[in-house]
Write a protein that binds this ligand. Structure first.
Ligand SMILES: [Zn+2]
Ligand SMILES: [Zn+2]
Length: 380
């Protein structure tokens, strides 16, 4: 009568790698060529080929570290599970782990880059069934501050004739062709990164006609799947209406889940319904000294913001106001008093309308918050 081990050896013929992987207590399998291997059917012979494929795909990316993920054709993992349960083997690692590890070692040699499972610059996905390698890169979260001239809106907006579908007016782009900070940044960041997939987050906004002065308004751009990961600290984009420039540029460590709050200094040009008396100006100054101001937000709960200081000059009905406000308090409403109280109108006891306002300084209060988890890499 045959004992268990020779029976198993007969049933399970494995390639060298698949045999090595079965760990302590495994019987001595009959070692065969890859194609005849019960578990992998020759897939484990493909690691060099896969590493070369991965290296050639990765060449298009600038990276320092990589991770490797593997997918195997149906049945491979199941056959290894069957073998292990039949022979009561724990195995030293799974076929997936071994495949990923072997490719990673070869890829490290070919590219001279390091492996980093937690926060790799690029992730290589190897589909052993399809004999394909694909590479995706970790997004870059670019922080910067922009300044802009009048006549440039902050965001790129949809074409108002076609609402994004693409028409003659927008030359098929679906977007308003007038210059925007976002449009200028997309072009620049696109050039630096080799990616055109971006998501913008702004710390507040202003009007198209507002100028934003140094040090500029902070923003964060998530650049998805970038080819290149290094961005200049400073750059500019010349538009017909003037220069949009970026300074303080840097890459954030990961996706911000909490933005800092901020306050800003604004210079407002306003017109009152009646002539402003000097007493009115003095009243503005004294009324708005770290003053809480209520903003009845439409579709939202009322909020209280602080006005830190106001100084004002008047010539007849024309008013020049400088003020420091909490982020999120709309300048025009603070002047007119619509949904905001107290307001410039309320204190001066006359209707005042904001003509234009510029942003002269944005100060961040607090820090960005980052999540603990890193960008999703496949676990092997
Ligand atoms: Zn095998
Ligand atoms: Zn259009």
């Amino acid at each position: 009568m045959k004992n268990r081990v020779p029976a198993a050896r007969q049933a399970y013929r494995l390639c060298q790698l698949c045999s090595d992987r079965q760990g302590a207590g495994a019987p001595t399998f009959e070692v065969v060529k890859g194609l005849e291997c019960f578990v992998c059917g020759g897939l484990m012979d493909e690691t060099t080929n896969m590493a070369e494929k991965a290296a050639s795909r990765a060449r298009r990316f600038e990276f320092r570290t990589f991770a490797v993920g593997v997918s195997l054709p149906d049945g491979v993992q199941e056959r290894e599970d069957e073998l292990r349960s039949e022979l009561r083997l724990k195995g030293s690692e799974t076929i997936k782990t071994q495949a990923a590890r072997l490719v990673a070692v070869k890829l490290a040699g070919l590219t001279r880059k390091g492996m980093d499972k937690m926060k790799p610059d690029i992730t290589v996905l190897l589909d052993f069934g399809a004999n394909e390698a694909s590479v995706t890169s970790r997004p870059v979260f670019f922080y910067g501050r922009y300044t802009k001239p009048a006549g440039v809106q902050q965001r790129r907006t949809l074409c108002e004739h076609c609402q994004g579908a693409g028409c003659k007016k927008c030359r098929g782009t679906g977007f308003d062709l007038r210059p925007s900070v976002e449009g200028a940044l997309r072009k620049k960041l696109g050039g630096f990164s080799g990616s055109d997939r971006m998501i913008f987050t702004w710390l507040g906004s202003e009007d198209r006609e507002s100028r934003v002065y140094p040090p500029g308004r902070p923003f964060v751009t998530e650049v998805k799947n970038p080819r290149k990961r290094r961005f200049p600290k400073k750059f500019g984009a010349r538009l017909r209406s003037g220069l949009v420039s970026v300074s303080s540029g840097k890459a954030l460590p990961s996706k911000p889940i909490r933005l800092p709050s901020f306050r800003f200094v604004t210079r407002i040009k306003a017109v009152a319904a009646s002539k402003i008396a000097p007493e009115g100006l003095a009243e503005l100054r004294s009324e708005f000294r770290r003053a809480p101001v209520t903003f009845e937000r439409p579709h939202n709960r009322p909020t209280t913001k602080t006005v830190y200081w106001v100084s004002a000059k008047a010539r007849g009905r024309t008013l020049l106001v400088e003020a420091e406000l909490d982020g999120g308090l709309p300048v025009k409403r603070f002047v007119s008093g619509e949904l905001v109280s107290p307001s410039v109108s309320e204190v001066l006891k006359t209707e005042v309308g904001c003509r234009s306002f510029d942003i002269c300084g944005v100060k961040e209060i607090g820090e960005f918050g980052f999540a603990e988890v890193t960008w999703g890499e496949e676990k092997n």
